[in-house]
Design a protein around this ligand. Sequence first.
Ligand code: FAD
Length: 527
Amino acid sequence: MAVSLPVSSYFSAIFIISRLMSIVGISKHWNIMNISSKLSVPPLDVADKLSVDPSAVESASRDFGHIAKSVPKAVLHPSSVQDIATLVKFSYDSSVPFTVAAKGHGHSVRGQAMAENGVVVDMASMKKHRNGTGIRVSSDGLYADVGGEQLWFDVLNATLKHGVAPVSWTDYLYLTVGGTLSNAGISGQTFRFGPQISNVYEMDVITGKAEIVTCSPKKNSELFYAVLGGLGQFGIITRARIPLEPAPKRVKWVRMLYKDFSGFTRDQELLVSINGRRDRNALDYVEGSLLMDQGSPDNWRSSFFPPKDHKRITSLITNHGIIYCLEVVKHHNDQSEDTLDKEMRQLLKGLSYMPGFMFEKDVLYAEFLNRVESGEVKLRSKGLWDVPHPWLNLFVPKSQIADFNDGVFKGIVLKRNITKGPVLVYPMNRQKWDDRMSAVIPDEEIFYAVGFLLSSGFDDREAFDDQNEEILQFCDEAGIRVKQYLPHFTSRDAWIHHFGSKWETFQQRKHQFDPKMLLSPGQRIFN
Ligand code: FAD
């Protein structure tokens, strides 16, 4: 479809097109007139925002994982939603389309936000141009309109100023809204409020056809459900409307230790069974982790245990090999110590943790939510943050979690004894997820998130990859029906197996919203 442009815009369009063509390597004999005549969106000044600067390209070729490397032809630093749409439109209309990957904060670990020979959209650039409108809290405080490029840390601070906050979080807040909504966004609140993808009212999305579409459960619902958990395959999220609730002031934060896995999971499952959004008897956060012989019972996810208790916790770990740590939180608003204690005692009544091994803290709500940052600062100061992260995240059905403990935690992880970094294990409820969304979870009402959030050196990563491989192979052979979270596969068959009954829909949606397979090539599903 041709558009008529004023003469000055026409020449600027020709200039931009030539620049784009040369950057993405479209051959010279290509007819520029043909391309511009097909543009239905007048090209704005995107050429100026495309960078081939070596440092920009290098940074777009890396991520938190320090494992994958894919070099793009250029990086777009957009200053508006229209800039991104113009870029996608240009590729879509081209007879030699190039791929486009939105990069949130680059906290993927296997190159998911990269685009080999394509263009990486540096979403962070949008922040500078939002003029303070990147996070807007509604006048009634019931929701916030948030740019896809915004960090959850900034969402927290902006909403707290109004005495409100989202209810579903990730453990770490320096992740973007667009990045976590493309996966799921899980943490200890998920059992009660669902993942972050279950807490979105509507979104603005740029599809692979460069259409800018507002979608919600009522409007363009197919796109809405496709994008949530859609691994960036269907569109670039430029705005999400997130529900808010009154924010608590403080949290009571408790950890309890177990030597026995069955007692640990029985208690976790009991606690997550009380999960009504408005249920006053429900906890606000339930997680769990393994404590293994790593020097200190604390790790980068949070310093928690009082230093005076480190010695006796460490000797417990030495005696048992693995200790299981149940972690819970209850929000409060400056209740008296007495009332709070009574309430907590009631909530934790009958749990079977080891006597003498319950630890508690009372901290500000924001301090609790941002608990990982201090660990990051410490690791950065020791040069241990920007190292390889061969992470493996799995969802394990409840009926098979005991076999997983025997075969994986005790059988593989303990024996190999290379685990450096947190290992999380906590249950969530399927009913809090929405099966129309693209995210993939096990087919059981309760399932566990298990995260091996390991760091390796640059020289010894292979041993960690081998461990991950052994874990997946064991599950396969033992018939443990795990699903990967933040999935990474290298073959089409593995992706088809991962999506299972959702594959047909996933593929149809790809043809509908990104028929030229332009978006998020780093996931390696269609590219
Ligand atoms: P990126 O890594 O930049 O992008 C991820 C994918 O989303 C890519 O495919 C990219 O193309 C696509 N994408 C990015 N922005 C957009 C957009 N606006 N629209 C459409 N697609 C987009 N996850 C949890 O669920 N819970 C946790 O507690 C948690 N903790 C973490 C802690 C740390 C230290 C780290 C490094 C990661 C953690 N994660 C957690 C994983 C995190 O959710 C993923 O890494 C996710 O990809 C978000 O990172 P990002 O914003 O940097 O996105």
